[in-house]
Design a protein around this ligand. Structure first.
Ligand code: B12
Length: 523
């Protein structure tokens, strides 16, 4: 496994093959154990790992479990959405050598410093490994100080940021070796000190709640007419979703093909006599699967911007406010706020907002957990990838339907999900639930505002031609329309069925779809 890890690190081996090695390792060990005397309690070290409270992005932590377990560590995996107290209790109970925390959202990453502060105050000695997409090395270095800038106290056992599972393994290998551990802790402290000593740039920007200035997003754009006002469940034909699966992200990020180039990439995608390629694998899995149960709800509401808020009105009584969705505004830059992509309240012109919620159901998550428990790690990775891309693809498919419904270009406007920089506050999900009634399709919210079932997404659609993705420190209002990147009908996705297969005139929704499809992407 060490050689496998080194080859992965050097980019010579891709993740599914690493996981296949882990499968072989697990089975070989199970077989050998029949013939060897078991020395109870022998392990390289014990690690308690968890995905933090409020977060359901779990595959990263599961990979860490697989890699550590197959390299001789005992891993106590507490699962996802785990509160700090439960993590600390498990570490004490199991006399752990370290704790591993995973978080993929900016909001849930805040659980990490909370955990460190708690461990520090209770005087525990567990080193803590942290990882996930929303954090980086500097986050780890800052987290070493449990009281932030208020005190120079450091968390003595150390906080170690790991960019991937193999860095987690290297860190654990160092932590269980006295000498290597001392050197590692020393190095981390030095790096944290250096970062702390860097001059602090005083930020005199207004808070993101400041709405004294509006961006220059146009207000003379046309308001499209929605095919209906209110909320409906949308029937999903999975085959229609297929072209909306983003193969680029699936093959590179989820199935681990990132970094593979040229002929090797072609072979990985198309396959050869021995190995099934990613493309035929996807087709086969799609054909054979019975665990994706898609459901979707789509709502159109009259709406207007009021400063940093989007006022959503009652479709039955357009003077009655139902909810106010609150968004942050860029402190500098173009001062963009998502609300700016809707006509202002005082314009006297009612705009329309589309909201959507989609899920592929809970069964795929259960299957992923079962595959992990059975040691089918590579298949677990493939099913997870297909599950998440189906959820994303379903959201993209529904967005495309909304664009057709509204009669706008297929690349006009943007879809934003809560948790992303333009709408970071996931507690706003509660308002969306009240508006869309997502319980009707089995979608609920956890205490930490995470969406259940896990393979689900929720979004707000702004049809404005200048709508773009932006962060609080990045992104500008384009002068002209900003076409969105499309998946279906491009190399990333699949071929759309010919236009003749678009439903003929029937319901209001269908006729809008047909008319808009005929108008083409820029229609
Ligand atoms: C797949 C995915 C989904 C899927 C699946 C979610 C799931 N249940 O797993 C779907 C499509 C359903 C989804 C939904 C959502 N998602 Co999402 N999702 C992702 C995506 C694209 C990839 C995550 C992933 O699987 N990565 C692959 C794994 C293997 O990598 P990893 O987790 O990072 O783990 C590796 C390392 O980080 C490290 N590591 C991680 N943890 C640890 C711990 C230790 C101890 C160690 C040593 C190492 C380590 O090692 C791992 C393996 O090498 C990310 C973007 C990204 N690039 O990460 C967004 C992302 C995490 N999602 C995001 C959001 C906002 C959401 C939603 C909340 C949006 C919404 N409101 O609908 C939803 C809701 C989810 C829910 N149910 O509540 C945002 C978070 C934004 C932020 N910064 O706060 C991201 C970053 C997308 C973005 N560009 O903004 N999502």
């Amino acid at each position: 496994m060490k050689e496998v890890g080194d080859k992965f690190g050097a980019g010579e081996l891709i993740l599914p093959f690493v996981l296949q090695s882990a499968e072989v390792m697990k089975r070989a060990v199970a077989r050998l154990e029949n013939y060897l005397d078991r020395i109870d309690g022998h392990t390289k070290g014990k690690v308690v790992i968890a995905t933090v409270f409020g977060d359901v992005h779990d595959i990263g932590k599961s990979l860490v479990n697989t890699i550590l377990t197959n390299n001789g560590y005992t891993v106590i995996d507490l699962g996802k959405q785990v509160p700090v107290d439960a993590i600390i209790e498990a570490a004490v109970e199991n006399d752990a050598d370290a704790i591993g925390l995973s978080a993929l959202l900016v909001s849930t990453s805040k659980q990490m410093p909370i955990c460190i502060q708690e461990l520090h105050q209770r005087g525990h000695g567990f080193p803590v490994l942290i990882g996930g997409a929303a954090i980086n090395r500097d986050f780890g270095r800052r987290t070493l100080y449990p009281f932030g800038r208020e005190s120079d106290e450091v968390y003595q056992p150390g906080v170690f940021y790991c960019k991937d599972a193999f860095q987690g393994l290297d860190t654990m290998d160092a932590l269980v070796d006295e000498e290597a551990r001392a050197a590692l802790v020393e190095r981390i402290r030095g790096e944290a000190r250096d970062l702390r000593e860097k001059p602090v740039v005083v930020d005199d920007s207004p808070p993101t709640s400041d709405d004294s200035v509006r961006s220059a997003a146009r207000t003379d754009n046309e308001v499209p007419s929605a095919p209906f006002l209110g909320v409906r469940e949308v029937e999903v034909d999975l085959d229609e979703v297929y072209p909306y699966l983003d193969r680029h992200v699936l093959f590179k990020l989820h199935w681990g093909g990132k970094g593979v180039k040229g002929e090797a990439w072609r072979e990985l995608v198309e396959g050869n006599d021995e190995d099934e390629g990613f493309a035929p694998r996807l087709e086969r899995m799609w054909r054979e699967q019975d665990y994706l149960h898609p459901r979707a709800r789509l709502g159109y509401f009259p709406a207007n911007a009021d400063g940093n808020e989007l006022v959503v009105f009652d479709p039955e009584d357009p003077e009655r406010e139902l909810e106010r969705l609150v968004f942050p505004r860029q402190p500098k830059h173009d001062r963009i706020c998502l609300a700016d992509f809707f006509h202002p309240l005082d314009s006297g012109k009612r705009d329309v907002v589309a909201l959507q919620g989609v899920t592929v159901g809970p069964e795929v998550t259960k299957l992923i957990e079962k595959l992990e428990a059975d040691g089918e790690f590579a298949e677990q990775l493939y099913v997870h990838g297909l599950g998440v891309q189906s959820a994303e693809g379903l959201a993209e498919w529904l967005h495309s339907k909304a664009r057709r419904d509204l009669g706008i270009g297929l690349d006009q406007g943007r879809r934003y999900s809560w948790g992303y920089p333009a709408c970071p506050d996931q507690s706003e999900h509660e308002k969306v639930w009240r508006l869309l009634g997502l319980e009707e399709i089995g979608m609920t919210l956890s205490d930490g505002f995470a969406v259940m079932p896990e393979q689900s997404t929720v979004a707000i659609i702004a049809h404005h031609p200048q709508a773009v993705y932006f962060g609080m420190k990045s992104g500008f209002i384009p002068e002209e329309a900003a076409p969105d990147e499309l998946i279906a009908g491009t190399d990333r996705g699949g071929t759309l069925p010919p236009e003749s297969e678009v439903p003929d005139e029937g319901s209001d929704e269908d006729s809008a779809a047909a008319a808009n499809a005929a108008a083409g992407p820029t229609g």
